[in-house]
Design a protein around this ligand. Sequence first.
Ligand code: HPA
Length: 274
Amino acid sequence: MSELLQHIDEAVAEIRKHTDATPTIGIILGTGLGALVDRMEISHTITYQTIPHFPTSTVESHSGRLVFGTISGKSVMVMQGRFHQYEGYSLQQVTFPVRVMKMLGVKTLIVSNACGGMNPLYRRGDLMLIDDHINLLGDNPLVGPNEPALGPRFPDMSEPYSRRLLEIAERCALARAQKVHRGVYVAVTGPNLETRAEYRFLRLIGADVVGMSTVPECIVARHMHMDVLGISIITDECFPDSLQPVHLEHVLEAAAKAEPILTTLVTDVIEHIS
Ligand code: HPA
């Protein structure tokens, strides 16, 4: 057995000491977006520290636990707090929890994040459904020996974000007259925000928003044939010709404001996933 499979098995075995839940939906909550769990019927919570091979979240705005329960009557597991490359983790470490989710039965992954909006039509506080992405992390979580039991050596990426889930999410938003954009997310390492020249470049290569997460998790989920829905909250406007300084409090404030809208959308989508 490969080391990766062994580590996944050990993490699953520890989780199985706490719960026999078989969630089909996994959710990763991004910066400042932890409140979805308030809408859950919670059955179990497990802190990351107690799970073998789980990295522990170092970012203050991420609380670091797995939450099991139901949303809209469906069995879900939520990662409250995620890992980022800028914390010093390898992309294999960043995506390890997604591997564990798959082994616990998750088929659909819903990923949320805070991001900077570069499309001039986007405003702070808006939501964007991720239609596609660009990986500028300078690394890939699938580098290294492939584990064929998990997925193929050269996974297809023609539909990184499920068209079916995008349509469901758009319909759910429309039903509540909630505006959502649909666009391209580019992942950068951070942790510094971008320079004006970098924002110009990222816009030029086809991205609508920029952030420091989500892409590795999506790649690993697709490697294992999970369906992915990505939802971004635009927490700052990144227009190079009128760029204002951005502070973490400013990002968290925008995320907190948009959080109820995101929470409602995710709850609606889960209700409509078969
Ligand atoms: N750039 C990168 N990541 C981000 C940003 C940004 O402007 N805003 C929130 N996360």
